[in-house]
Design a protein around this ligand. Structure first.
Ligand code: S6P
Ligand code: ZN
Length: 194
C-alpha cells in the first residue's frame, strides 16, 4: 500500500532561488516608491525610464493553516539609491505568534528588526548564518555586498504579512554606505507610532 505521507523536497539554486518553486514575485524600484530616504532621487531614476529589479522572491507557499510552514528564497540585487543599499519592503506578520527562520545562502546582508514599541536590533546574514526572528518583530533585509544576497525563509503559512505599518512609518534605522562600508544609522524621518 502506498504511504499517505505527503512531503516536499526542493533545492536551493543560488541566485536562481529555488528549484522547483511555485510562485515568483519581482519587486522593482517603482514598487518601493516612498521607501527610500532620497525620494527625489527615486523619482529621477524612474523618470529616465529606468526601473531596476530590487529583489525577487521564489516561494513554495502552503495553505494558510495552523501548523503548516511555507518556504521562500529571496534574492536581493546589489545596488544603492544614493548611499542607501537596496532592501526588501519589510513587514510585521499579521499573526502575532508567528516567528520565522532565515538562513543565509550567498552574499552579505543585514536584517533590521523592530518591534511595535520601536525598539530595534540587527543581525548580519550571510552563508551559514541562521537568524531566528521572534514573534511581533518586523523585519527588513538589506544587501550590503557587491553581489546578490540570497537567503532562505521558513515561516508559518498562516503568518500573514502586514506591510502597511512599515510603509507608513518606516524603520527607525537605515543601512547606508559610509567610507565604503555599511553602517546602520538613525532614520531622520522615522516617527514612532503613538
Ligand atoms: C516572509 C519572509 C520573506 C520575505 C521576503 C521579501 O515572511 O519574511 O520571504 O517575504 O524576504 O520581503 P518582503 O518584506 O517584501 O515580504
Ligand atoms: Zn516574514
Amino acid at each position: 500500500m502506498a504511504s499517505s505521507i505527503t512531503y516536499l523536497t526542493t533545492t536551493i539554486d543560488g541566485a536562481r532561488g529555488l528549484k522547483p518553486y511555485k510562485r515568483k514575485l519581482t519587486r522593482r524600484l517603482s514598487d518601493l516608491r516612498g521607501y527610500f530616504l532620497n525620494k527625489g532621487l527615486v523619482e529621477e531614476i524612474l523618470s529616465k525610464g529606468e526601473n531596476p529589479i530590487i529583489y525577487e522572491v521564489y516561494e513554495i507557499p502552503q495553505e494558510p493553516t495552523d501548523g503548516l510552514l511555507s518556504i521562500g528564497c529571496t534574492v536581493i540585487y546589489p545596488g544603492k539609491v544614493g548611499d542607501e543599499y537596496y532592501f526588501t519592503k519589510g513587514h510585521f506578520h499579521t499573526k502575532e505568534s508567528a516567528s520565522e527562520v532565515y538562513i543565509g545562502v550567498e552574499g552579505e546582508g543585514i536584517i533590521l528588526m523592530q518591534n511595535k514599541e520601536g525598539e530595534t536590533a540587527y543581525s548580519r546574514i550571510e552563508p551559514n548564518v541562521i537568524v531566528y526572528i521572534p514573534p511581533g518583530v518586523a523585519h527588513r533585509t538589506i544587501n550590503v555586498g557587491s553581489g546578490k544576497l540570497v537567503f532562505l525563509a521558513v515561516y508559518p503559512s498562516d503568518a500573514g504579512h502586514d506591510y502597511g505599518s512599515i510603509e507608513k512609518l518606516g524603520f527607525a534605522k537605515l543601512v547606508v554606505e559610509r567610507d565604503g562600508k555599511p553602517e546602520v544609522v538613525d532614520n531622520p524621518n522615522y516617527v514612532k507610532a503613538s
